[in-house]
Design a protein around this ligand. Structure first.
Ligand code: UD1
Length: 350
């Protein structure tokens, strides 16, 4: 059994909760820091329950990463072996409207975290980056060596943080950093007890589909059906969030090897699925009809994005197990049990 202590920033969020659960079950002591800006403490309570006896190894602090004193106190009270850094704002459209909010939150939060880590001699980091750093890839599958670009301030914060991490490692080579580029995380824990619960109108495909299925929204708008793809709709690499969570355990184990430096890995399935294929799979899993409205392309969207998974398979010994049927089954299980996420109909903003 592993008895290491990990700090998870943004651990109350969608990917965070699923990762924290796997960490606990794998025997890690886990401390979550989250400002609950786009998440709920209910999610943390549910993770604790799902973890059973391992739930005793979970504690959490409500704090913003930019609050250096609060972060200091957390590092003074606990010695961490590593940090998994999820915390950040992630809505593309909002980042275009409020770039300074995104730069301030994502960049200052990360810089403060890195400074406090260094001051306490904790120099192992796993950072949640995104396939968004591939911009509009010229070919697929996307390998980690592809040229990087950002189409919006949100994407630029991911890109800049990746660069910051590389610079930090170059300046002090006792750092060990893994940058994980996620493709499109969907689904939920099979218990249906934790899942994705975005505030306001969902930006991403599956949270929107799920809200149509439970009757919160009338139709799904499909952004573009004239792409050069199997059915004209965009193609993405959807990955089950539980597979993604396991990818973080694999990354943590990798950090224990010597001479990691600052390495980047894609976390995807290597398979492309179109928007319509995903909607059909969800209809099958849920037995619900999803009314569609065909609309123009969403500005900034790429046509086809999916991952090369070779490097993660080879070096992290990790491979996604679940396919889109399981993703949709578990997404529906979560949605049907929690149509208003962690809240109730009264406090929803619908
Ligand atoms: C989006 C972000 C990306 C971010 C990722 C996080 C954009 C341009 N990209 O990726 O930066 O890292 O989320 O999860 O926002 N779609 C519809 N109708 C909808 C919503 C989406 O047709 O209501 C389509 C999109 O056009 C796209 C596909 O579904 O073809 C997937 O969209 P989405 O779930 O937003 O993910 P990405 O755009 O891949």
């Amino acid at each position: 059994m592993i008895s290491k202590t990990v700090l998870v920033t943004g651990g109350a969020g969608y990917i965070g909760t699923h990762t924290v659960l796997q960490l606990l079950l794998a025997g890690f002591k886990t401390v979550v820091v989250d400002n609950f800006d786009n998440s709920s403490d209910v999610a943390i309570r549910r993770v604790k329950e799902l973890a059973g006896e391992f739930g005793n190894n979970l504690s959490f602090h409500k704090a913003d990463l930019r609050d250096r004193d609060a972060l200091e106190q957390i590092f003074v009270s606990t010695k961490f072996d590593a940090v998994i850094h999820f915390a950040g704002l992630k809505a593309v459209g909002e980042s275009v409207q409020k770039p300074l909010l995104y730069y301030n939150n994502n960049l200052n939060g990360t810089i403060t975290l890195l400074e406090v880590m260094a001051a306490h001699g904790c120099k192992k980091l796993v950072f949640s980056s995104s396939a968004t750093v591939y911009g509009w890839p010229k070919e697929v599958p996307c390998t980690e060596e592809f040229p990087l670009s950002a189409a919006n301030p949100y994407g630029r914060t991911k890109l800049i943080i990746e660069e910051i991490c590389r610079d930090v490692y170059n300046s002090e080579q006792d750092w060990k950093i893994i940058l994980l580029r996620y493709f499109n995380p969907v689904g939920a824990h099979p218990s249906g007890y934790i899942g994705e619960d975005p505030r306001g109108i969902p930006n991403n495909l599956m949270p929107f589909v799920q809200q149509v299925a439970v009757g919160r929204r009338p139709t799904l708008t499909v952004f573009g059906n004239d792409y050069n793809t199997i059915d004209g709709t965009g193609v993405r690499d959807f990955i089950h969030v539980v597979d993604l969570a396991y990818g973080h355990i694999a990354a943590l184990l990798k950090l224990d090897e010597s001479n990691i430096g600052c390495e980047v890995y894609n976390l995807g399935t290597g398979k492309g699925t179109s928007v319509l294929e995903m909607v059909r799979a969800f209809e099958q899993a849920s037995g619900k009809k999803i009314p569609l409205l065909m609309a123009g392309r969403r500005p900034g969207d790429a046509e086809i994005v999916y991952a090369s998974t070779e490097k993660a398979e080879r070096e992290l010994n990790w491979k996604a197990k679940y396919g889109i049927d399981e993703m949709c089954r578990d997404q529906w299980n979560w949605a049907s049990k929690n149509p208003y996420g962690y809240g109730s109909e009264e406090d929803s903003t619908d």
